[in-house]
Ligand binder design. Structure first.
Ligand code: MN3
Length: 199
């Protein structure tokens, strides 16, 4: 059972004007597709074949760069597409909102910390909102690493992730990463983030 590139849960132009159509086409159809193919090639014939992506990443040998980079890339983008949506934005409600207020003081406090984590990640990587024992934390990782991997120093289960690789924003925003980050908040699918938090 090989991993498959999941279909986008919305049209390529659905996140306009915040994330442009061509970026979505290349990011999903080329980059994510590439990670998926390369992950399958890296695990073919090994004892990782047939395992879930969560099990593969959770038990990862961090020296296995092919699985680290491509397994991370596969998982991270699967999450990324789902936590965005055309009717996104606003602020969460319910238990997730309570947990955000408890951890960061307010939604604005969360937004500031998450934006800072995304803006200050040097080079390529991701910003994360993670949950561990019901508590929220913000961190960032380089390249395609993520909080599921062992010893990453950024623990818990990611419930929101933001890709800050240049391929995620350069066509539309060029070097203006902070502007991309600001616009990301207009497409966050808080219903999906809450679903992940509650499970
Ligand atoms: Mn990417």
């Amino acid at each position: 059972m090989a991993f498959e590139l999941p279909a986008l849960p919305y049209a390529h132009d659905a996140l306009e004007p915040h994330i442009d159509t061509q970026t979505m086409q290349i990011h999903h159809g080329k980059h994510h597709a590439g990670y998926t193919t390369n992950l399958n090639n890296a695990i073919a014939g090994t004892d990782l074949e047939g395992k879930s992506i969560e099990d593969i990443l959770g038990g990862l040998n961090m020296n296995n760069m092919a699985v680290r980079n491509n397994g991370g890339g596969y998982y991270n983008h699967c999450l990324f597409w789902e936590v965005m949506g055309p009717n996104g934005g606003g602020a969460p409600t319910g238990a997730l909102a309570d947990a955000i207020n408890a951890a960061f003081g307010s939604f604005e406090g969360f937004k500031d910390q998450f934006s800072k984590a995304a803006a200050t990640r040097f080079g390529s990587g991701w910003a994360w909102l993670c949950v561990k024992d019901g508590k929220l934390d913000i961190c960032s990782t380089p390249n395609q690493d993520n909080p599921l991997m062992p010893g990453i120093g950024c623990g818990g289960t990611p419930i929101l992730g933001l890709d800050v690789w240049e391929h995620a924003y350069y066509l539309h925003y060029q070097n203006r990463r902070p502007e991309y980050i600001e616009h990301f908040f207009n497409v966050i699918n808080w219903d999906e983030v809450a679903r992940r938090f509650n499970s």
